[in-house]
Design a protein around this ligand. Structure first.
Ligand code: PMV
Length: 344
């Protein structure tokens, strides 16, 4: 094998998490989405990762908050196998990964998007050094996708979309693109209050959830509806129609969970607290006229999206009421915005 000269062995990046508005749920092939999806990037909920390339081929070590975590390593071995064709130099090296999430590990906030995103950025930087080219963020997004599909949307944008779609020029099944230019000023400065209904790991992982779409009786109509929602959402974002936004985003969240409830075997990730928060968010929106909008990822926690100027008012009125349904009465607030940053 030709020896590739490695000019740089260390890279460190911060990568934020993201929350989907139109959901990716179901795959066509290895990490190819069955429909397009669009998300907001959560700038204040991020992972910071330092990657060191070692000479011990195929030896991977992961440290979370300074503690060796062999339980994380199989997922990274798997990831390295998937990206081997894209980074041919990787096979003759080992990886030492030091990682840290700025949100509590057991919060129930998925760290796979930010974690795989940060690792992908480190690898893309080392690759750019080897090739003596500028950092390729498209490659970083492609690598992140191969680790965890939704992670590819964390690399760019306050808003990012992934999956080929006729209404989004330049869109691809392989990487995400920023769609910040679509955001009307009504959607500038929004925030996300994540209501932590259930902390700890989920009963059905998203890998298992995606797989259950294969034999799902409603899969094809869901994929079509998601792609139609992508067209509608583009119009809504351009026009700044916050009420249509609320309707579409909430319907998407409920469709995701409806798909879980009619999989075989069927399952439910929402908890009583999830439903109580959903009801209170809708009541508050009707009574106050303030656009608070809920969405869900594949878990019981509720993301409450709102324009940032209402933060302190909501902190005195709505949020204390929602907190009651949260484990330990906790929620975490993040602004929506790009958050990728090199740390070296
Ligand atoms: O990226 P994955 O394979 O963990 O799937 C994520 C799926 C959802 O979070 C439920 C939806 C999405 O588009 O982020």
């Amino acid at each position: 094998m030709e020896m590739i000269k490695i000019p740089k062995r260390e890279a460190a990046w911060r990568c934020p998490s993201n929350i989907a508005l139109v959901k990716y749920w179901g795959k066509k092939g290895p990490q190819i989405p069955a429909n397009a999806s669009l998300s907001f990037t959560l700038a204040d909920l991020y992972t910071e990762t330092k990657l060191l390339l070692t000479d011990q081929a195929n030896v991977i070590e992961v440290f979370l908050d300074g503690v060796h975590r062999p339980d994380f390593e199989p997922k990274i071995y798997d990831f390295c196998r998937r990206i081997a064709d894209l980074l041919p130099w990787l096979g003759s090296h080992g990886l030492k990964i030091e990682t840290h999430n700025n949100f509590p590990h057991s919060s129930g906030i998925a760290s796979s998007a930010s974690g795989l995103g940060a690792l992908a950025l480190c690898l893309a930087e080392l690759d750019a050094c080897i090739k003596e080219t500028p950092m390729d963020f498209m490659l970083a997004s492609n690598l992140a996708r191969l680790g965890s599909g939704s992670a590819c949307r964390s690399i760019s944008g306050a808003a990012a979309m992934w999956g080929e779609h006729p209404d989004y020029p330049g869109s691809s099944d392989y990487y995400a693109i920023s769609v910040d230019h679509l955001l009307h000023e009504q959607f500038q400065g929004w925030m996300d209050a994540v209501m932590l209904v259930e902390t700890g790991s989920k009963s059905v992982s998203s890998t298992q959830g995606h797989a259950l779409l294969q034999e799902h009786p409603y899969a094809q109509s869901r994929f079509q509806e998601a792609n139609r929602n992508m067209s509608r959402l583009k119009q809504i974002l351009l026009e700044g129609n916050i009420w249509a936004f609320a309707e579409l985003v909430e319907s998407e969240a409920l469709q995701l969970h409806a798909m879980m409830m009619c999989s075989t075997p069927s399952y439910m990730l929402m908890q009583p607290g999830t439903l109580s928060i959903i009801r209170k968010v809708r009541e508050f929106r009707e009574q106050s006229g303030i656009p608070v909008v809920f969405t869900l990822d594949a878990g019981a926690n509720v993301h409450v999206l709102f324009p940032g100027q209402h933060r302190s008012y909501l902190g005195e009125t709505l949020f204390p009421n929602l907190e009651k349904a949260c484990e330990g009465g906790k929620y975490i607030c993040s602004s929506i915005g790009a958050g990728v940053k090199t740390l070296t």
